[in-house]
Design a protein around this ligand. Structure first.
Ligand code: FAD
Length: 470
């Protein structure tokens, strides 16, 4: 078979790699001039530095197993383990370590971040009437937590933690779509009647404590950045990879005179041509592109799936990477999340990369990543690069007292992520399921919007899809 993969991000390259010895001819088309998509390692003078994803969840073994199989086990590094902070009401506080994505079982882990009234409300939740829960359903995280615990828990804690991962406020995210273990616990508790949030979180925390310890760090990263992965996947795949190859349409050939044996397959607008100058015909198409692009490309070949997918929206963000000559005065923490609605602060988070990762600290000086933009706010699109850098330096100083200009700003890189991450709201999983049902067998979809945002989830879904194509 001849297979076209559109998009050379992690998902597309993983599929290409998995098909390496399948006997199929594989062509990969990438719109930009580089591979990796949201994995992007920039050559800072001090060493390669990630400007997109910087880490991955190592406890979920899909990624570690895959990287080890690729021969990259020795490139994996662990974080320092320094704690993170949250900036709330103009002060820096430790980020709660207990709870599920910032949702606590009792007031104890968040008492320093909310009022006494909210703390009392959290502790009384178990005595209030529970909420009705239909197994399998999804609800909005913000709405649920506001109803059960009050606004402060959402604005000061959950949006910072969960929203930091998803570039969205908690009010734009679904429980099952982003915290599936919590939704599964609701499913379980609902068998006995109305459900309590505090009980579900407590049960999950108890189960977590019972897990065997000593499994290593929760997160890992790559010593030389994610380029180690995407370059190796491309090389080992053996596929023909075309960059600067924007695909603007996919068309299914029409059967000739109703004879299905003639004219089966797909051609790509913007794809390669054969020696006779004719469009190459593909037996299978794999869409490894963000949801809105997948929706456009499915328009002619799977109109129903295309229409359904058009509801998935993306959150824009921007990352400003900054290298300073000295780290003197930078807090001894891995990162800082900014609570929703903090006046006068534009950044939503800072990763104190050289504190978080010992391999980056070894380079000397300080490396800090400032992140901007949540779903619905277009700061990442609107602001000039100069403004983003100024805001990053101003906010860092206002929040931590670290004067980056004084510390000697040696290198800067501004990366905008137009349509960085899909909005996983409470309708997302139903949308993905409907799209899967509406897709013909010779078209596959892979990527963050299909199986989940994290690197392990993207790998697991792409590998499973590739198995179907072999
Ligand atoms: C700022 C940021 C930080 C992140 N941090 C982490 C993290 O620390 N840990 C973690 O696990 N995850 C993180 N993520 C999420 C993770 O990086 C992504 O979910 C994952 O890399 C997505 O891979 P993908 O292949 O699905 O999509 P993409 O990386 O978006 O790849 C899609 C590719 O398709 C190409 N394309 C689009 N349209 C066309 C077209 N018409 N023709 C041809 N090619 C096209 C694009 O150029 C792109 O290369 C982060 C994401 C962002 C944005």
């Amino acid at each position: 078979m001849r297979i076209a993969i559109i998009g050379a991000g992690l998902a597309g390259l993983t599929v290409a790699y998995e098909l390496r010895d399948s006997g199929h001819e594989v062509d990969v088309y990438e719109a930009t001039d580089r591979l990796g998509g949201k994995l992007f390692t920039v050559p800072f003078e001090a060493g390669p530095t990630d400007m997109g994803a910087e880490a991955f969840m190592a406890r979920r073994t899909d990624a570690v197993d895959f990287f080890t199989e690729l021969g990259l086990g020795d490139s994996l590094v662990e974080p320092s383990g320094l704690g993170s902070l949250v900036y709330v009401d103009g002060r820096l506080e430790p980020l709660p370590r207990a709870g599920i994505m910032g949702i606590p079982a009792t007031s104890e882990p968040v008492a320093h971040l909310v009022s006494a009234e909210t703390a009392a409300r959290i502790d009384a939740e178990g005595e209030q009437p529970g909420f009705e829960w239909e197994p399998g359903q999804d609800v909005n995280v913000g709405t649920l937590v506001r109803q059960r615990y009050g606004d402060e828990v959402v604005d000061n804690v959950v949006t910072s933690l969960l929203g930091g991962v998803y570039s969205c406020a908690a009010d734009d995210l679904g429980v099952r779509a982003t915290i599936p273990q919590l939704a599964a616990e609701f499913d379980r508790l609902a068998a006995d009647g109305p459900v309590h949030l505090s009980r579900a979180v407590a049960n999950l925390e108890r189960a977590r404590k019972e897990l065997p310890t000593g499994q290593g760090a929760v997160f890992n990263a790559f010593r030389e950045g994610y380029q180690e992965v995407y370059e190796l996947l491309a090389e080992k795949s053996g596929a023909d990879i075309y960059v600067d190859a924007f695909i603007s349409g996919v068309e299914r050939l029409k059967p000739l005179h109703g004879n299905k044996d003639h004219g089966e397959g797909f051609t790509l607008k913007g794809g390669e041509r054969d020696e006779d100058g004719k469009d190459i015909v593909y037996d299978r198409v794999v869409l490894a592109v963000p949801a809105p692009t997948a929706s456009l490309l499915l328009k002619q070949i799977a109109p129903e799936a295309s229409a359904r997918l058009s509801s998935v929206k993306l959150a824009n963000s921007a990352v400003v990477g900054m290298r300073f000559a000295t780290d003197e005065g930078l807090p001894q923490n891995s990162g800082i999340l900014v609570a929703a609605g903090e006046e006068g602060v534009r950044a939503k988070a800072f990763t104190l990369s050289s504190r978080k990762w010992p391999h980056l600290a070894e380079r000397g000086g300080a490396l800090v990543r400032a992140s901007f933009g949540r779903f619905g706010d277009d700061v990442a699109l609107r602001a000039s690069e100069d403004d983003l850098v100024d805001w990053a330096l101003d906010d860092l100083e206002a929040i931590t007292g670290f004067d980056g200009r004084e510390a000697g700003l040696e290198e800067i890189y501004v990366q905008r992520w137009f349509g960085g991450i899909p909005r996983y709201d409470e309708t997302h999983l139903a949308t993905v399921a409907d799209v899967a049902t509406a897709l013909p067998e010779d078209i596959a979809v892979v990527g963050a919007w299909v199986g989940g945002v994290g690197v392990p989830a993207v790998i697991a879904q792409a590998r499973a899809a590739a198995q179907q194509l072999r």
